[in-house]
Design a protein around this ligand. Structure first.
Ligand code: NAD
Length: 516
């Protein structure tokens, strides 16, 4: 088994100082934030040390009610502001995100354990979606259609929808919020955010920057509010009929719970749920490129991306040599605190994730798999409450039951294939449908894969993770069907109407119906 070099850890005090500096820079006073621990408070933790940074007051049912009521009021004012003018708020927010990029990224590092480069990339994604949304604010267009009746015009128009509730996951504490919020705001909607209970500080800093932008451009109050709390607070948003759209990012389990609840009140729901992403490696693949793409996608972010590469489906002719190179590359990954230079693999979010990783590895072995490297815990004696692991590579005889599960940790299952049709069938066999990739130099193989892979994102010669905001992001099947950020995703935040205008002076009925 390979032992990756481990890197030392900072003290809890230095992690807290990093968080406080980030909060202060973004306009949140840390001294006013933390409260004594009490029933109902939320613990802000860092997975870097596993220690509690402080406790935050959580919102109750009355707070949620008041928050949504004030968002409804904000909607009444905001919807009347012309969309290109609404764009100025998002433009200013994007500028502030650029100005305080490092500070917000530091909070993402503290709370989610991401390396500075990945945390900065997440904030960059927020800046990118702001730019896209500003442009979109001048393009909330509808089609004009030919009417079957003389002297009539038929057109499609788009109108602000109402309050948008946003529920987000721990592993992308801020970017999915921005995907939703930048578009919702230009579409004329206020937002109410229930961030993951694990990443509240990043959420408060993000919202402080947005509210500063709102004050500077003279936007109405309460366009962007945060609710602190666990799933119980999320459920209040889910069930409130004043929330026109509930956009939720998280596990399939969460989506399965909230989807029917929002549907029961005929609300609109946008789900971005778990993935179980595969890459097919064809005999013609450039193996140098494949190696880099696979290792980043599988071990980056400690395997805690919805788009993490979890299944590598390799042609039998190249499987041995590629696996050998991946195992060797895993041995060079430096694991440890993301505050240290050169670290590529940070911590898991917590103990439950570590336990799930261990039981998945045990199940894989029981199902005939061979753990080729990784899986072990490192830095345990330095930080007993932090959970650093060596990313694992497991060679499987086939896609056994454990491979069908999304274990939110760095485990890469490797399977072989003989015919491309079988490889694509293996890719599609799981219940999730987020991202997939093929590595090949053969155009017809690439096109076959793109035509038959059933995931919302399908790539050629890049890994499964690291999407750009210009394309619509989301997945099919149990990933929930939602689409966020680019192309037509803005339409989810608007109400569509079909308008027929009669300028004929007559009243011909459609389909030639005769009446009076
Ligand atoms: P999670 O499902 O445990 O929690 C996500 C959010 O939902 C949290 O804010 C949580 O408080 C809230 N929540 C949970 N149950 C709820 C309920 N019944 N009602 C209302 N709110 C509820 O997920 P997590 O552990 O924070 O994140 C990891 C998961 O998220 C993985 O499955 C990952 O694939 C997925 N994810 C998906 C995407 C995507 O875009 N598809 C992006 C990031 C993460």
């Amino acid at each position: 088994m390979t032992t990756a070099p481990a890197v030392s850890l900072p003290t809890s005090e230095s992690v807290l100082s990093l968080a406080e500096a980030g909060l202060s820079a973004c306009g949140v006073d840390p001294a006013a934030l933390f409260v004594p621990e009490a029933p109902g408070t939320v613990a802000a933790r860092s997975p870097i040390t596993g220690t509690v940074l402080g406790h935050l007051a959580a919102h109750g049912a009355e707070d949620v009610d008041r928050t949504i009521a004030s968002a409804v009021e904000a909607f009444a004012a905001w919807r009347t502001v012309p969309a290109p003018v609404r764009g100025r708020l998002v433009q200013r927010w994007g500028q502030l995100l650029g100005e305080f990029k490092d500070d917000l990224a530091a909070l993402v590092t503290v709370e989610a354990g991401k390396t500075p480069s990945e945390a900065a990339g997440e904030v960059q994604e927020m800046i990118d979606i702001c730019e896209l949304a500003v442009g979109q604010s001048r393009q909330l267009y509808g089609k004009t259609l030919p009417s079957e009746r003389p002297g009539h015009r038929l057109m499609e128009t788009w109108h602000p929808l109402g309050v948008v509730g946003i529920v987000t996951a721990f592993n992308f504490p801020v970017a999915p919020y921005a995907w939703n919020t930048a578009l919702a705001l230009v579409c004329g909607d206020p937002v109410v955010w229930k961030p993951s209970e694990a990443t509240v500080l990043s959420a408060l800093a993000t919202t402080a920057l947005l509210n500063r932008a709102a004050a500077e451009v003279g936007a109405p109050e309460n366009l962007a509010q945060v609710l602190v709390g666990d799933r119980a607070v999320g459920e209040l948003l889910v069930d409130d009929s004043r929330v026109a759209l509930l956009s939720a990012t998280g596990s399939v389990r969460m989506g399965r719970e909230i989807g029917p609840r929002v549907a029961a009140r005929f609300g609109r729901v946008l789900l971005e749920l778990g993935g179980n992403n595969a890459a097919v490696v064809a005999p013609s693949a450039d193996l140098d490129l494949t190696l880099r793409g696979a290792v980043f996608a599988a071990a980056g972010t400690a395997g805690q991306r919805c788009t993490t590469l979890r299944r590598l489906i390799v042609h039998e002719s190249v499987a041995d040599s590629l696996v050998e190179r991946i195992v060797a590359a895993y041995g060079t990954l430096s694991i440890g605190s993301p505050t240290e230079d050169g670290v590529l693999v940070g911590p898991l979010i917590g103990e439950a994730a570590y336990a799930k990783m261990q039981s998945a590895l045990e199940a894989a072995v029981a199902e005939g798999g061979a753990v080729l490297c990784g899986g072990g815990r490192v830095l345990e004696s330095e930080a007993p409450d932090a959970f650093y692991v060596e990313p694992a590579v497991v060679r499987m005889p086939a896609q056994t039951p454990i491979v069908f599960e999304e274990t939110f940790a760095p485990i890469l299952y490797v399977m072989e294939y003989t015919d491309l049709e079988d490889a694509v069938a293996m890719n599609n066999a799981v219940s999730q449908g987020l991202s997939s990739a093929i590595f090949t130099s053969d155009l017809s193989e690439a096109e076959y894969f793109l035509a038959h892979s059933d995931t919302g994102i399908a790539n050629v010669n890049i890994g499964t993770s690291g999407a750009e905001i210009g394309g619509a992001f989301g997945g099919n099947k149990e990933t929930g069907g939602g689409r966020e950020s680019g192309t037509d995703s803005w339409q989810a935040y608007m109400r569509q109407a079909t308008n027929t205008i009669n300028y004929s002076g007559e009243l011909p009925l459609a389909q030639g119906v005769e009446f009076i």
